[in-house]
Design a protein around this ligand. Structure first.
Ligand code: PLP
Length: 454
């Protein structure tokens, strides 16, 4: 890779003139000089000018088995040749969707055996909330429609999922839903910087959730939607026991527990799904996307317990028993075939086992960066991590701290490393096939970039 494209300059110009990028800085609209990624292989990508980079972002938390994997590419091509698309609506399905649904039922814990496919993470979270609403309404409890989320959560870019998201910086100008969406306290706990013990922090979080439930009334709450570790909100790891305690509160109050494993699933923390394997909880629904296809195709899924699915069927409106939720590209055959191949590759190559080995090394090496005066914290778990930058003595995402993180990010890019800047954080979620040598390269470049920015 690294050949570049002959029309590099004109592509950059066309992009600047015509593309409205997702999550883009509007102050540079029309003048942005976008990085046009033209090729990718393994854990490296190359831009249209021919420069190569080590991708420590994993595309966008999603490229897990690396770029250009021949088996995934072949699965996509074979399915496209055989049957590229047909409607998934009603009682029509496809071979890859049926195969993948059974595989997901096998990979998820408890009685989570029923899969509704979507087109990505946002549509999967939104579908989970709609399932929760339908579940209660069909049981004669239509008032149970409020949703609990958390400050700093990220659940997507549709209106509802953006309403669930709780990152203050993203909450400008749009009119988010606030009548029935509630944000509990952000649950991160960092033993390096917290003034209280993990047990005290947990007690505070649980008491806050109990108060919120009492205030809203359990009879009005449908579900609690939670990422096991908050990803885009700043890689925030809750204190031990948080997941069990929140699940217990949900059970006691007949609130459905929706685990958003869009980032934490598919190996990033060393398990296909972390809810039970790592945190000891069996939710009512698990949402997945991103790593499901290793990012090769857009696909999401919400995996629902038999208990809920059976209730939907048993209590559906007699005259109109249609669950009216789904998308033209729900469970797209090419995307599902890619996911089937991805799971087969991950199982055969024991990708999760590799993450359990290399993940702690990644975090240990990154934590060495705390010796830099401009590093406020290093947080993470296995292959999701972030370095928080600050001007010494100044805390939080202030303008100066954000500018500092952007400088570090720019120096990394100059040195051939892509990390994801967000506020005053440099976020990292490399492909899961990363080696210890590549981890060392990331840490070396980060260390040099931090030293330059100091
Ligand atoms: N949930 C989580 C935890 C995410 O991180 C994201 C995306 O980053 C989403 C949901 C939304 O997924 P998508 O962008 O595929 O719609």
């Amino acid at each position: 890779i690294g050949h570049g494209l002959p029309d590099h300059d004109s592509l950059v110009a066309r992009d600047a003139r015509h593309v409205l990028h997702p999550w883009a800085d509007l102050s540079t609209l029309g003048t942005q000089e976008s990085l046009i990624i033209a090729e990718a292989h393994g854990i490296e990508v190359a831009d249209s000018a021919g420069r190569t980079y080590l991708d420590a972002i994993g595309g966008m938390w999603c490229v897990t088995v690396g770029y250009g994997h021949p088996e995934l590419v072949e699965a996509m091509a074979a399915q496209a040749r055989k049957m590229a698309y047909f409607t998934p609506f009603g009682d029509v399905s496809s071979e890859p969707a049926a195969r993948l649904a059974a595989m997901l039922a096998d990979l998820t814990p408890g009685d989570l055996n029923r899969v509704q496919f979507t087109t990505g993470g946002s549509t999967a979270v939104e579908s989970a909330v709609r399932i929760a609403h339908y579940y209660f309404a069909s049981r004669g409890q239509a008032a149970k429609r409020h949703v609990l989320s958390r400050v700093n959560a990220y659940h997507g870019g549709t209106y509802l999922t953006a309403s669930l998201s709780g990152k203050s910086a993203d909450r400008t100008l749009f009119q988010y839903e606030s009548d029935w969406v509630h944000h509990l306290e952000s649950p991160g706990y960092d033993p390096d910087t917290s003034p209280v013990s993990a047990a005290e922090r947990l007690d505070g979080l649980v008491a806050g959730m109990e108060r919120a439930i009492a205030g809203i009334g359990a009879e009005n709450i449908a579900c609690f939607v939670a990422e096991p570790i908050l990803a885009s909100g700043g890689v925030l790891v809750p204190p031990p026991g948080y997941h069990e305690a929140t699940l217990e509160l949900c059970r006691r109050n007949d609130i459905l527990y929706v685990s958003d494993e869009v980032v934490t699933g598919f190996g990033r923390l060393g398990h296909f799904f972390t809810s039970e394997a790592k945190f000891g909880v069996v939710p009512d629904m698990i949402v997945t996307a991103k790593g499901l296809t290793s990012g090769y195709q857009p696909l999401g899924a919400v995996i629902v317990s038999d208990r809920i699915a059976e209730s939907l069927a048993a209590n559906a409106d007699r005259d109109k028993p249609v669950f009216s939720n789904g998308f033209t590209y729900s469970g797209h055959p090419v995307a599902c075939a890619t996911a089937v191949a991805n799971i087969e590759v991950m199982r055969r190559d024991d990708v999760c086992g590799h993450v359990l080995d290399v993940g702690p090394y990644f975090i240990r090496r990154l934590r060495e960066l705390r010796s830099s005066s401009i590093v406020a914290a290093v947080r993470g778990d296995h292959l999701m991590a972030c370095v928080e930058c600050h001007v010494p003595g100044e805390d939080g995402p202030t303008a100066r701290n954000q500018a500092l993180a952007r400088r570090v990010d720019a120096y990394c890019e100059e040195a051939g490393l892509l990390v994801r800047p967000y506020e005053n954080l440099c976020i990292m979620s490399p492909p899961l096939i990363i080696t210890r040598g590549e981890v060392d390269r990331i840490v070396d470049i980060m260390a040099d970039s931090l030293a330059r920015a100091e």
